[in-house]
Design a protein around this ligand. Sequence first.
Ligand SMILES: *Cc1c(COP(=O)(O)O)cnc(C)c1O
Length: 452
Amino acid sequence: MALSPVNDWIARANDDPVLRNLQQCREQLWINPERATFERVKQQLPLSYADIEDAAARLERFATYFSVAFPETAARGGIIESELVRVDRGAKLIAEFQHSDVPDNLLIKCDSHLPISGSIKARGGIYEVLLYAEQLALEHGLLNAGDDYSCFASEPFRQLFAQHSIAVGSTGNLGLSIGIISAQLGFRVTVHMSADAREWKKALLRSEGVNVVEHQSDYSVAVAQGRQEALNTPGCHFIDDEDSTSLFLGYSVAALRLKQQLAAQNIPVDAEHPLIVYLPCGVGGGPGGIAFGLKQLFGDAVHCFFAEPTHSPCMLLGMHSGLHNGISVQDIGLDNLTCADGLAVGRASAFIGKIMEPLLDGIYTLSDERMYALVTLLTDSEKLAVEPSATAGLPGFAWLMSADQETLQALGLTSTLHNATHIAWATGGNMVPVEEMAKYYALGAEALKQFK
Ligand SMILES: *Cc1c(COP(=O)(O)O)cnc(C)c1O
């Protein structure tokens, strides 16, 4: 009998320690054997630096619109951006918790506090809606080159968008970002929510006039059903989180912004001073887009790691098996149940893993208990409140600082790790209601006792 590719791989990987760790939900660091020097792969990538610049220019064109439609963005001139903060106290507390040396330079990129939707989804999700809105406006002769984009807040634009609809499938945060911006522009918008989506997110969207459809299934099914319904609806644009180049490019612009922030803080990034970035990963678009942008800017001087829950390690499984979106965490017996909003994804994106193959340094996994504990540690040390998923980047430095010589050599970090700047990308939290956040904090305080 012919085996399916999935069963064939599982059978061949029988005594593979990586697979065993995955199946037993044991935390691990996986080093990507396909990583290559950037010069060698640059020409073969399907997207380029020019694509990132194009996306960045589009966001700049929309800045005048944001200043008007979302006054909280006016302070930054209508640019949706977050702080990059040094966390010396946090570094000490987290290092102690992780039984690690204290890193000299730990920073947090606070996408948890991005304006409009309080998560990393305010980058990619909003970008794709803007791209679609701009195309429609051009097609209908409402927009000319050089126009001031605050016109997107005017009645003729709203009337045009009211004749079009947008749909998306989401575990919550993407739905929030797409729902808020689409409703503000005047689109009819439907968000297909997976079973794990929080009540408060659904309620908030409904209060904005968004049509929320609840599914009794996980993220992949919510996306599939949303895709199907959108296909059956004329004039409906489906935002496909599992396979969207424009989402990816929206995220990638973060790299240009980060480069400016690093320069402003006099933080060097070069062969002697590596930048190591730890990105929480769900379906892969957010962390993939950012990593792609960072590699374009910094080449081999930047090292990117993804972080995934032990119950939803879809990217690690897809890249390690080489099957990418051809395998799901359920295929190896996992339940895909995690407290980490945005990371409860059982099957990786159709194309991110492929793009990441030569670019990514590795992926590590972490338990829900560790994420809760880190919520509490980060609040105590830095007064920074983030949701559990957004802490996933925090223990990354400890994996490297306790790595063996062989691993460091493979990564080219043997003699430079002590000079590194570590950035944990905090991906969500600012919209979480205070009483929900208090629950996370209490769960974290409990979890901390168990780690003692
Ligand atoms: C969506 C999300 C991520 C990961 O983004 P993907 O594109 O799904 O990989 C990480 N953290 C939070 C809080 C998210 O909402």
